[in-house]
Structures are given as C-alpha cells and as structure tokens.
Design a protein around this ligand. Sequence first.
Ligand SMILES: *[C@@H]1O[C@H](CO)[C@@H](O)[C@H](O)[C@H]1NC(C)=O
Ligand SMILES: *[C@@H]1O[C@H](CO)[C@@H](O)[C@H](O)[C@H]1NC(C)=O
Ligand SMILES: *[C@@H]1O[C@H](CO)[C@@H](O)[C@H](O)[C@H]1NC(C)=O
Length: 507
Amino acid sequence: MLLTVIPFILSMHRVASSSGSITLKCKDLKVLQLEIPGMEECLNISRSIEALSSVESVMMMYPFFYRPQSMKLKDGWQLYPLQHYYQQIATETTAWRLSCVNGEFTVCPSYPAAVIVPTAVDDNTLKKAARFHQGGRFPILSYYHKKNGTVLLRSSQPLIGPNRKRCPEDEQLLSAALNRGERGFIIDTRSAQAAKQARMMGGGTESKSSYPCWRRLHGPLERGRPLQESFIKLVEACNDTSLSMDRWLSKLESSKWLAHLKGALSTACLAAQCMEREEACVLVHGAEGTDTTLLVTALAQVILDPECRTLTGFQGLLEREWIKAGHPFHFRCARSAYSHARLKQEAPIFLLFLDCVWQLGRQFPFSLEFNEHLLLVLFEHTYASSYGTFLCNSEKERCLCEVKEKTHSLWSWLNQPSQQKKHLNPLYTYNALVIWPSVEPQSLQLWQGLFLRWIRSSQYLDEAWAEIQRLVTSCEDAPEESAGDRQCHSQPDAAHPHRQTQLGNAG
Ligand SMILES: *[C@@H]1O[C@H](CO)[C@@H](O)[C@H](O)[C@H]1NC(C)=O
Ligand SMILES: *[C@@H]1O[C@H](CO)[C@@H](O)[C@H](O)[C@H]1NC(C)=O
Ligand SMILES: *[C@@H]1O[C@H](CO)[C@@H](O)[C@H](O)[C@H]1NC(C)=O
C-alpha cells in the first residue's frame, strides 16, 4: 500500500545509464528500495511520489477518496458516542451533568461539543473558568471510578501569570468537583520548577492558598522536540544491526525512550493510586493539556478499569481520551522518525501511549482482550491511513472538513468480524482487578514488534501465536468433563505476585 507509506525520497541515483533507484523511507519505519528501468520513468515516479507525500490540505488526503465497496460512509462514526458515555455517568451520580456550553466550539476550540461537569456549576461559570485556562481547556470529567465514586479530571494549565491572578469561578468549579470534606490531588505533568517558570509566560499551576482542598504532586514527563528526538535516535539504533553489545546498550540508553516509558507509566500509576488507594479525586494537567495530560489520564484508565481493556472498550477510550479530547494528531503525527524536517509540532506522544499499553500487555498477558497486532495497526493509522478517524487536530476541525460525512471510520473496518479475529488475544480472561504494572527499569522492555518490525522476521512468533490460538480453541471446544478441562481455566494473571509500584512521591 503505497499510501500508508508516506515516503521521503532520500536518494535517487542512476544505477546504469538507463535505469534509476529510489529509496523510500516510510512513516511506518519500513525502508523500500525501488529499481526502475528508464531514467525518465524514474524521475517521473519520484516526482509523483514527492507530490503525493507532501499534500498539505487535509481534504486532499487519501481518506477523502478511499471508497471500499464493502463499507458504507456513515458506519462507525456513531459507535462510541460521547454523549451516551457521559449520560451514563450522569445517571449514576447526580453530582455530574452533561453540558453543551461548548456546542459551537466557541468556549474551547479543542474540546468536543459535549462535556461533563459538576451539577452545581452553571454554564456561565464554566465560560469564565475557561478564560482562565490555556486554550480554554477548563477542568472537565475524564473518568468516573464507579467502585469508589472518585473522579479523574483534566484541563490545561491555569493562566496565573507573574502577578498570581486568581479566578473565583475556577476555584468554585474545582471545589464543586469534590464532595464535602474530600480532598483531591492535582498531578502536574511538569516539574515543580517548570510549572513555576511557566508563570513568566502567563501560565502556572494552582497554588495551595487559592485551592486549599487540593494537594499538588508533580510527575514530570518529556514532550515535544526531546520526545521526537528520542524516537528518531531509537529507530536509528534499532536499524543498525552491526552494533556491538556495548554500542547498542549505550545507544539504547542515550535515546532515553525507556526512561520516557517509565515516566509515563509511573505518573499514570500515581494518578490511579490516588483514586484507588487514597480514594481521592484527581486533576491532571501540564501546559496545553493535549499531550502528556491525555497520556496520563488514558493510561490510568487502562490500569484501573477492566472495560478499557476490552477490544471495543479500548477503542471507546481512544475516541474519548485522544480523538475527541483534542490531541492534535495532524500536527503530532505528520512525518514520523525518518524526516529531517524540523517540525516544531511533531511528537510521538500517542506512540508512547501505545508502547505503555504494550508493556501492560506483556506484564499482564491475560488481561487485555486485544493483542499487539491492534497496537501496531493503530500506530500505522495515526501516521497514515485510508480512514478519517485520526485526521485533524480536534472535533471542530473534523466538523469543518466534514470528516464524518466524507471519510470512512477506522472503527467500522476494525470491527468487521474478519478483522476483529486478528486483533483478539486468545489468552484473555476477564480480570476485574486493577492491574498495577511494575515500573522498575528491569521490567520495561524494547517493543520489538514495533521497533524491529522490518529488521527481523516475526514468522516464528506469529506461528507460536497461531498455535496458542489453536490450543485455546480446541480446549474450549472440548466436552465439559474432559481431562483437558482443568487447563482451560487459566488463572487471571493479577493473582500472580507482581511487585507493586513504588512511587517515592506518592504520599
Ligand atoms: C514523464 O512525464 C511527462 C510529463 O508528465 C510525460 O510527458 C512523459 O511521457 C513521461 N515519461 C515517461 C517515460 O513516462
Ligand atoms: C474503594 O475501593 C476500595 C478497594 O476496592 C474499597 O476497599 C473501599 O471500600 C472503596 N471505598 C468506597 C467509598 O467505595
Ligand atoms: C539502515 O541500515 C542500513 C545498513 O545497515 C542502511 O543501508 C539503511 O539506509 C538504514 N536505514 C535507515 C532508515 O536509516
């Protein structure tokens, strides 16, 4: 599929007088070498590829032209309606309500039309609180932890600035999120130092005196350019099979990718611990609230909630916490790891999330209903896709481009039975428990299935999985009291003595 390939023509040279060669470095990390007889054809092909791979306008992109016969355009776009999810919460707890204050995307351009907020706060107060947050991202509910009735909120940084501005409406909104006498935790995804420095630029973080019921914690995470450089370095290191062991380890270390994984998982565990163990409400934000914030809130939900670990539940989570929540996919996933263009907005935040989920799946092999293949498919489709699901930066842009009317939904393709079968984990057993990952450096591994995908064949691994699938299926088909029955009941992996996460700054 040439179009998922998004090539950068790095070199084109004359092989013989009458032929040429084109090297394509693709967004999915594949490298292709094309030998083309005929110099003129070679030049023509390279020109077309260059033109097709640098389409700027969203509406000229492939999803707007892709029309598979077996699919209908409108299918899939209504699979995970946000309103239903929020309405469900609003019926379970009277303390929260659905608000359409952002119906026209005027209060916050990067939020969806419907958001869920404390019942005690009216829309006017929300509007004022929005003006006190970067990009209008006022605190809204991200997840309701049924078991304990605690909530996870997210926002962007408050615009406190050098003069320590206050906003009574924002203070009212945050105290309405807590029940009487409850306390909450604010998890800032920047270091205390960085949060303080942000005041010089008009941002900042909630002070103890203005928000007395909230206690602030910091879980500093890397973002932006340093994260992109980490990705580029790791991919470079993985491609070089001539490295000695020492050189490989030193390159792996200097890429810092595993350290970023550890940071993301630790901060997500911190948020989950505050909710599950301290029974407290949690607000997460960094600066813009569209990147590391979503990384933490989405991961915390996979850790806490078994629903988010099912195939459809996970898709719903991506829809809510990444796509509708306004993660700028168009900016962040423009070029992938091989581009030398210094794109200011590019960063593999979503890939880091997928890698964290892969680490969870490796530590809890029975607890995710989907397999690695789904994560790989999602990685590819965020960077280049025939479907419109990951296009644009926000719901507002998607409405303007009529993405839902003019492109197909990735979910409607993924949920066809033939596709679903490929993405299910044969070992899955429903596990109602929280899955606390180990975040020790020793427990985190290179995601070979992604980073070594084009370098070594996965044939033997694929065969092993096919065999596991066969064993599980034949086991399930066996008659009730057969001897094999005993083996069918795999223990949920949460019963295994996993080491608990140690978080120095958790208390
Ligand atoms: C290359 O492209 C030009 C302009 O589109 C066209 O006239 C020419 O026939 C092409 N050459 C080949 C060998 O396809
Ligand atoms: C919160 O969850 C814990 C662990 O499941 C449980 O022991 C506790 O009773 C719950 N608290 C509330 C208020 O539901
Ligand atoms: C990967 O390494 C090979 C040689 O080991 C080199 O020819 C190729 O260009 C490299 N690919 C990338 C994308 O750097």
